[in-house]
Design a binder for this molecule. Structure first.
Ligand code: NDP
Ligand SMILES: O=C1O[C@H](COP(=O)(O)O)[C@@H](O)[C@H](O)[C@H]1O
Length: 386
């Protein structure tokens, strides 16, 4: 490969060449690949950048090993750890949407927001990928990386500037202020028939295909506000969204008589399908009635004229070529995210706890609705109900 590259570059009229290596290989060969690139693959006339696919480890220790093996050959500035959720339009829009519209800042906090739920649902199971999936499970596959990344962007303080390190510093601060997740914060599920996938060897596996967890962020902005991350395979629909649920309306005289049927306002950021930004508010039912109903203000991306919505990987690979690391996962960010999840993952594996069964194409385990009701209560309302 290197001789092909040399030949290609020698033929080029340009004085400079750059090399981008994309490690879409199993993680146990990341280190060796790095050694080989360093030894024979470095570009002498331009930059060399290395993109690394997930999984970046199975837990904190394996993550540290991977970080160490690659850092022996490359500085952090050459490494681009890809999380394709950071390349999705609605995620890339979060910073501008939050900080570019001054109406949000006064209410983007515990004073106004009661809970935040980030949901990932897929309507299909492992479909022959069970061999990989069963070694990792839904927490490693989706929560520890994709959903946690979205959470940090949603919850971070305004970065000092818009350069890559300021953004990542702000994200790491969120992670540092999060508690380590425990089994008590968690509801696990496995869909019926999961082990029928012939690529799954352990037919008694307790690997979760659904998980919901509640986390707290101990910052002045978010103290007491539950953040729920939930992800599941083989559910009733395809959906990824972020829902900020606002506190109930204060009982203004004019709406007091309806206060029982007033719903919580919500800000919904839908990543897929049909990306959109939505505000769900109480409005007067049109017509002669004065009773409230939920009205939706929707900005649907697909309705925008001349919409260009490149794939997440297209955006991220362009960012690598531009040398913009803001949408890639930094080493300290990664380490802390594993710190948060590793005790839970080990407990699940060591204790053999059984996930709750759920029917394929359903909304998840039966206990979910009750669990959500309790777990999405703010810390203040939990205390007052004791
Ligand atoms: N597929 C999936 O479901 C998921 C994959 N990923 C990640 O995406 C990447 C690609 O996944 P996938 O295509 O399934 O991975 P594979 O395991 O199928 O391997 C991908 C490539 O790695 C090469 N490779 C495998 N073992 C070695 C080795 N010992 N030395 C050198 N090269 C090796 C293979 O080469 P050859 O063809 O010559 O064997 C192949 O080109 C990986 O980083 C994976 O961890 C992440 C999440 C899900
Ligand atoms: O990383 C992964 O993501 C996909 C879902 O990606 P999306 O862009 O279609 O939302 C998931 O199916 C896969 O299990 C996981 O490894």
């Amino acid at each position: 490969m290197v001789s092909d590259l040399d030949e290609f570059e020698n033929k080029s009229e340009s004085q400079h060449a750059n090399r981008l290596f994309y490690l879409a290989v199993p993680p146990n060969v990341f280190g060796e690949s790095g050694v080989v690139i360093k030894k024979v693959g470095m570009c002498t006339t331009g930059w060399t950048r290395v993109v690394v696919e997930k999984p970046f480890g199975r837990d904190l220790d394996t993550c540290n090993e991977l970080l160490k093996s690659l850092s022996e050959d490359f500085d952090e500035e050459h490494l681009y750890r890809i999380d394709h959720y950071l390349g999705k339009e609605v995620v890339q829009n979060l910073m501008l949407f939050r900080f570019g519209n001054p109406m949000w800042e006064p209410i983007w906090n515990r004073e106004s927001i009661e809970s935040v739920t980030i949901t990932f649902k897929e309507p299909f199971g492992t479909e022959g990928r069970g061999g990989y999936f069963d070694q990792f499970g839904i927490i490693r596959d989706i929560l520890q990386n994709h959903l946690l990344q979205v959470l940090t962007l949603f919850a971070m303080e305004p970065p000092e500037s818009d350069d890559a390190d300021s953004i990542r510093n702000a994200k790491v601060e969120v992670l540092k202020n999060m508690d380590i997740i425990t089994l008590e914060d968690c509801l696990l599920g496995q869909y019926d028939g999961y082990t029928d996938d012939p690529t799954i060897e352990n037919k008694d596996t307790n690997c979760p295909t659904y998980a919901a967890i509640r986390c707290w962020i101990h910052t002045p902005r978010w103290e007491g506000v539950p953040f729920i991350l939930q992800a599941g395979k083989n559910l009733n629909e395809k959906l990824v969204d972020v829902r900020a649920r606002f506190k109930p309306a204060r009982s203004l005289k004019s709406v007091q008589s309806f206060s029982k049927s007033l719903e919580h306002s919500e800000l919904v950021l839908r990543l897929q399908p049909n990306p959109s930004l939505e505000l769900h508010n109480n409005i007067k039912t049109p017509g002669l009635s004065f009773s409230p109903m939920k009205g939706k203000m929707v900005m649907n991306y697909e309705d925008m004229p001349n919409l260009s919505n490149p794939d997440a990987y297209t955006r991220l690979l362009l960012a690598v070529m531009r040398g913009d690391q803001g949408s890639f996962v930094r080493d300290d960010e990664l380490r802390r995210s594993w710190e948060i999840f590793t005790p839970l993952l080990h407990t699940i594996e060591d204790s053999g706890v059984k996930p709750l069964p759920y029917k394929p194409k359903s909304t998840g385990p039966e206990d979910l609705a009750d669990w959500m009701k309790v777990m999405s209560k703010s810390d203040a309302s939990l205390k007052s109900s004791l």
